[in-house]
Design a protein around this ligand. Structure first.
Ligand code: RTP
Ligand code: MG
Length: 136
């Protein structure tokens, strides 16, 4: 059973030249890229993407950050792709939670600048794929 997940390389990852590293790890794991796009995000998409965090104190700066630079948006497919990519990414806090060997564990230092996003459930994946790739 194959599933799809939405992956983002956030502006810090793009700025630091880590797009290739992220894609390389996705491919080495055996997951497949079915869409890939470098773009800037408008505020409305960013706010919708992170709607679940709208009441959190970091929401404003998170949306600000995501909209300040280019991001890479990708649809990634494979068996248990959602969980597989979350493992590749590592925990949200790159120092306290992400294990060494994960993307965040290897390259991140601050919670906000944690390089990548991956959908956290089938429902999120479906919602986020529609939001980022409305053309289908
Ligand atoms: P993401 O949604 O970006 O894949 O990350 P995640 O599931 O691991 O973490 P989540 O709890 O959904 O948080 C979304 C993003 O918000 C930023 N954040 N900042 N300053 C803070 O305390 C804080 N907490 C979260 C991070 O960029 C996180 O990835
Ligand atoms: Mg999340």
């Amino acid at each position: 059973m194959s599933e799809r997940t939405l992956v983002l390389v956030k502006p810090d990852g793009v700025e630091r030249g880590l797009v290739g590293e992220v894609i390389s790890r996705i491919e080495r794991k055996g997951l497949k890229l079915v869409a890939l796009d470098l773009r800037t995000v408008d505020r409305q998409v960013a706010e919708e993407h992170y709607a679940e965090h709208a009441e959190k104190p970091f929401f404003g700066s998170l949306v600000e950050f995501i909209t300040t630079g280019k991001v890479v948006a990708a649809i990634v497919e494979g068996p248990r792709a959602i969980s597989a990519f979350r493992q590749l990414a590592g925990g949200t806090d790159p120092v306290e939670k992400a294990a060494p060997g994960s993307l965040r564990g290897d390259y991140g230092l601050e919670v906000q600048y944690n390089l990548v996003h991956g959908s956290d459930s089938p429902e999120s994946a479906e919602r986020e794929i529609k939001l980022w790739f409305p053309e289908g």
